[in-house]
Design a protein. Structure first.
Length: 52
């Protein structure tokens, strides 16, 4: 199972009311449809290297 960005995003931003995450950079380990959907739902631009 691949790594999930929601765990990192939800735990890294305790002041989520004051800080808006606009984009995320990640390596190919985070390349999954679930991660892209989660980022899209939160309106965060993904910068994830996709595997070919």
């Amino acid at each position: 199972m691949g790594k999930l960005v929601n765990h990192v995003l939800d735990n890294s931003n305790p002041q989520s009311n004051t800080i808006k995450i606009k984009s995320v950079l990640a390596d190919g380990a985070y390349d999954s449809n679930k991660n892209f959907r989660h980022l899209e739902d939160k309106r965060i631009k993904p910068g994830i290297k996709v595997r070919i």
